[in-house]
Design a protein. Structure first.
Ligand code: HEC
Ligand code: HEC
Length: 292
């Protein structure tokens, strides 16, 4: 028998009960053990699944039951303010606006709360403006409308979702680490102090001071225009929050290069001082030469 290679009738293998008769009851015991084993594995899997469901962080794209009334309200707002450029099914319109399928609630929040959308006319880059009053995130009505519009876009293709925390609740507690991450990921375009800077072909990275915490977060999530998108793999939510804490701590007040020479950064300021000293020396030499 291949079932029990190491045990014989006189010498039951370890694990068998000593009163167990070989042959007769053994298949039963074996069956019971198999069932018990299967049950244990099943229970184990169930509890792992349960623990996972209880403790796993909600993925960004998972939205709770979409609220039909909210989505309907969002669709109405969309039809009134966005449809001419983004199309009747969010598919986009040639030469007017890109498809909004899958851009997510976060892109809507960023674009509309910062007044970039609805765009008034075609331009190289939609500028930050005061938002439309109906979409002003400073008012309760504006927040409700932004939420509805976002829910409608979110219901069509998913995408990143605006974090529920707002304002100071979105600032991480390690602005030092945020500063390191900022210099690695953002300073090349937005400058060391967040004053912004020019990019190629008439485009520019804007100053960061006017952006709210939610706008900074959603900008990183969605990568508007020439800005890269920073997924949660590239910058975890905690790292994004630390970057926000850093930006909010700098905001045009804290210049890393010492004196506030238009926030040009340490290199430019070093060059500036060098030039001042050098021209002083040259001037002195000329004056000496003229005297003799
Ligand atoms: C006059 C045309 C126009 C109108 C109206 C308009 N948009 Fe746009 N939209 C654009 C253009 C063009 C772009 C791409 C250029 C850019 O991002 O600067 C864009 C980009 C966007 C993006 C970014 C897409 C992405 O891939 O990240 C979102 C989100 C968006 N629009 C939402 C809206 C919403 C919501 C409304 C209505 C409140 C709206 N737009 C109204 C023209 C328009
Ligand atoms: C390759 C250049 C580039 C990099 C790198 C970059 N950005 Fe941007 N960023 C841009 C551009 C361009 C815009 C303007 C997009 C638009 O107007 O649609 C922008 C817009 C923004 C805005 C919106 C400001 C406003 O006026 O509302 C914020 C906030 C922002 N970026 C934060 C960041 C942060 C934080 C990082 C680093 C994690 C970063 N950016 C990295 C190019 C960049």
């Amino acid at each position: 028998m291949t079932e029990n290679p190491e045990g014989t009738a006189q010498n039951p293998p370890p694990g068998n009960r000593p009163d167990q008769k070989p042959g007769g009851r053994r298949p039963h015991g074996k069956m019971r053990r198999r069932i018990a084993g299967a049950l244990a594995i099943g229970l184990g899997l169930l509890s792992v699944g349960f623990l996972y469901a209880a403790f796993a962080p909600q993925p960004q794209v998972a939205q709770a039951q979409p609220d039909a009334a909210l989505i309907a309200k969002g669709e109405e707002l969309y039809n009134n303010t966005c449809i001419t450029c983004h199309g009747s099914n969010l598919q986009g319109e040639a030469d007017r606006g890109p498809s909004l399928i899958g851009v997510g609630d976060a892109a809507v929040y960023f674009q509309v709360s910062s007044g970039r959308m609805p765009m008034a006319r075609q331009e190289a880059q939609a500028d930050r403006k005061h938002p439309l009053p109906i979409f002003d995130p400073e008012t309760g009505e504006g927040r409700a409308n932004l939420e509805a519009l976002g829910a409608y876009i979110q219901a069509n293709g998913g995408g990143p979702v605006t974090p529920a925390d707002r304002g100071e609740a979105l600032r991480g507690d390690d602005p030092g680490r945020g500063g390191v991450l900022y210099r690695l990921n953002c300073a090349s375009c937005h400058n060391f102090t967040g004053v912004g800077g020019a990019l190629s072909s008439g485009k520019y990275a804007p100053a960061l001071a006017p952006a709210s915490e939610s706008q900074i977060y959603t900008a990183m999530q969605t990568g508007p225009q020439n800005m890269p998108r920073f997924s949660d793999q590239q910058l975890t939510p905690e790292e994004k929050r630390d970057i926000i804490a850093y930006i909010k701590s700098v905001n045009g007040t804290n210049h890393p290069g010492g004196n506030a020479l238009m926030g040009l950064g340490p290199t430019a300021e070093g060059v500036f001082i060098f030039m001042v000293v050098m021209s002083g020396l040259v001037g002195f030499a000329i004056w000496l030469g003229a005297k003799s």
